[in-house]
Design a binder for this molecule. Structure first.
Ligand SMILES: NCc1[nH]cc(CCC(=O)O)c1CC(=O)O
Length: 357
């Protein structure tokens, strides 16, 4: 490595989870860029303030400070948990890389090795996420959902004190080396994960995509991850929902076989926070030639085309959910609400706000 090149500055939040996952991305980026890296800790309003997150403007507060640091030149890239990143684009910034994502599923960490199915009636299950609360109530109307806040360690500690179980993202526990706390990995048919869960986003200034940094970012980008999360986030954006809404989505690429081309499959859900009902719709799109050697380039799908197909799949699945009444069920904004204040409780207890990853 050349000593004349200054280190690449990687912006991160300061929590243990954020530092752990940013370090892993920074190491990969250092290899790809052939450059030293340096972590720059950014204190976000959400970390600093004890005010309710709803009063600070919701879950975007964590991402906003990192984005400001990037635009101000205080760092060269910023690493976010994708599920905490608002879907609205920021002028001048781009997601330069989406590294291979971890297992996206939610897990239960319970006393006595209980699973969601074997929890005793009346068990106290902690989560601050309306999406998780709604689905736990649907699956187990006989347990009590308790609204909790705090980082992963704080929430796990409550299982030993006043709760019987908590629901967390498997990816966060994996990165922290805490998988031994998991007593049940929740099947997507039972608890569907948040859009983008398990994925990290490396954001950069759009202008840098054209230079060597852009090349390094492309080297750590994973196309199947990108296609999956584009579909999931297009669904979320089309529902006009944020990361605090009781909306779930999971997409994944099913690789090609001798008989069939690769496919992107998406499952999306919108849930009544009280657990009375949930709507799920699934869809898929063929990706002919994806990932195949380009002996017949005319037949192989370009990356941009594949990304467009993924976005359309997310939008179409969201429209199916809306046609089936998702907005009313999940308390999402409807055309009549335009200009109206946010619905009560929608920002409160967000996936992204309660966890401080
Ligand atoms: N702020 C919530 C948050 N954001 C990202 C993760 C976990 C890791 C991920 O989904 O990539 C968590 C913790 C949790 O939901 O248990």
């Amino acid at each position: 490595m050349s000593t004349s090149t200054p280190p690449l500055r990687v912006g991160t939040r300061g929590s243990e989870l954020a530092l752990t996952q940013t370090s892993a991305v920074a190491d990969a980026l250092a290899l790809a860029a052939g450059r030293e890296v340096e972590l720059v800790r950014i204190r976000t309003e959400g970390d600093r303030s004890t005010a309710s997150l709803a009063s600070l403007g919701g879950t975007g507060v964590f991402a906003a400070a990192l984005r400001e640091a990037l635009l101000a030149g205080a760092c060269d890239v910023a690493v976010h948990s994708l599920k905490d990143l608002p879907t609205a684009p920021t002028a001048g910034l781009s997601i330069g890389a989406l590294p291979v994502r971890e297992d996206q599923r939610d897990v239960l960490c319970a006393r006595e090795g209980w699973t969601l199915a074997t929890l005793p009636a009346g068990a106290r299950v902690g989560t601050g996420s309306p999406r998780r609360a709604a689905q736990v109530r649907l699956a187990r109307p006989d347990v009590e959902v308790v609204d909790i806040r705090g980082n992963v360690g704080t929430r796990l500690a409550r299982v030993e004190t006043d709760l019987d179980a908590v629901v967390l993202a498997r990816a966060g526990l994996a990165r922290l080396g805490l998988l031994e706390k998991v007593t049940d990995t929740l099947d997507p048919d039972v608890i569907l994960s948040a859009p983008g869960q398990g994925a990290l986003a490396v954001e950069c200034r759009t202008a840098d995509l054209a230079g060597p940094l852009g090349e390094a970012l492309r080297a750590i980008d994973d196309l199947p991850t990108r296609l999956a999360v584009v579909a999931e986030r297009a669904l979320l954006a089309t529902l006009e929902a944020g990361c605090a809404a009781p909306v779930a989505a999971w997409a994944h690429v099913v690789p090609a076989t001798a008989a069939a081309p690769a496919r992107l499959e998406l499952r999306g859900g919108a849930f009544d926070p009280a657990g009375a009902q949930g709507l799920v719709r699934t869809g898929g799109v063929e990706l002919p030639g994806l990932g195949e050697a380009t002996e017949d380039p005319g037949n192989a799908l370009g990356q941009d085309v594949a990304v467009s197909l993924a976005r359309e799949l997310g939008e179409a699945t969201a429209v199916e959910l809306l046609d089936a009444g998702a907005a009313a069920i999940a308390g999402l904004p409807t055309p009549d609400d335009v200009g109206a204040p946010d619905l009560p409780g929608v920002l409160d207890g967000a996936d992204g706000t309660d966890a401080r990853p």
